[in-house]
Ligand binder design. Structure first.
Ligand code: TYD
Length: 198
């Protein structure tokens, strides 16, 4: 594999998309070829509306995220990595572990078993977790209706889940305080990437 796979994770409103775009600019400035992508919708373009507009059981929700991910990995991420691109994905499997696992209570062993098949075991080289208290995340989102229906305790579980995932894999995760100014968060991301740059 010639490219490098990076992911951004965090609660809605944590600033992942802004950081992903800045990161793309930085990497391109280093002369690297970059493929910016996202989940949900990176693999099955129609799935985002279905997922965000429908009340689904957690199981169905996870299987849809997984179908999207299976396509995303095979049609977008792996081909780009094989062609030598740096792939930056706004969300990946850790979103499912945090939201469907810790948030909605699905069993982690089941999630991981499905994920092994869906992703073929592809893991990011580094994952940046933009950590934010849920109260702050809810204040920042533009469409709070959908999120508020899920309630604050849901987002507390998701945040805790993310932090546990990060604790379990410290060599892959970098946890950043998303309350800090955008430029400061971006500087921390760039610093973590320095050892990987050619
Ligand atoms: P989106 O509007 O794309 O949010 P964001 O800009 O914060 O990424 O909606 C994605 C939503 O889907 C977000 O609330 C997180 C959720 N999600 C999961 O619950 N599981 C997953 O596996 C993924 C990829 C996303």
């Amino acid at each position: 594999m010639r490219g490098v796979f990076l992911t951004l994770e965090g609660l809605d409103g944590s600033g992942k998309s802004t950081q992903a775009h800045l990161l793309q600019g930085f990497l391109e400035g280093q002369g690297l070829r970059v493929r910016l992508t996202r989940e949900p919708g990176g693999g099955l373009p129609g799935v985002r509306d279905l997922l965000l507009g429908t009340e689904l059981s957690p199981e169905a929700e996870y299987l849809l995220f997984s179908a999207d991910r299976a396509e995303h990995v095979r049609k977008v991420v792996l081909p780009a990595l094989e062609a030598g691109f740096w792939v930056v994905s706004d969300r990946y499997l850790d979103s499912s572990l945090a939201y469907q696992g810790y948030g909605r209570g699905l069993s982690l062993p089941w999630l991981l078993a499905v994920a092994q098949e869906a992703t073929g075991g592809l893991k990011p080289r580094l994952t940046f977790l933009l950590d934010l208290p849920p109260e702050e995340a809810l204040k920042r989102v533009k469409d709070p209706d959908r999120l508020e229906r899920l309630g604050l305790p849901f987002f507390q579980r998701v945040r805790e889940g993310y932090l546990r995932l990060a604790e379990a894999e410290p060599e892959r995760f970098r946890v950043l305080d998303a309350r800090k100014p955008v430029a400061e968060v971006q500087a921390a991301i760039r610093a973590a990437l320095l050892p990987l740059l050619p």
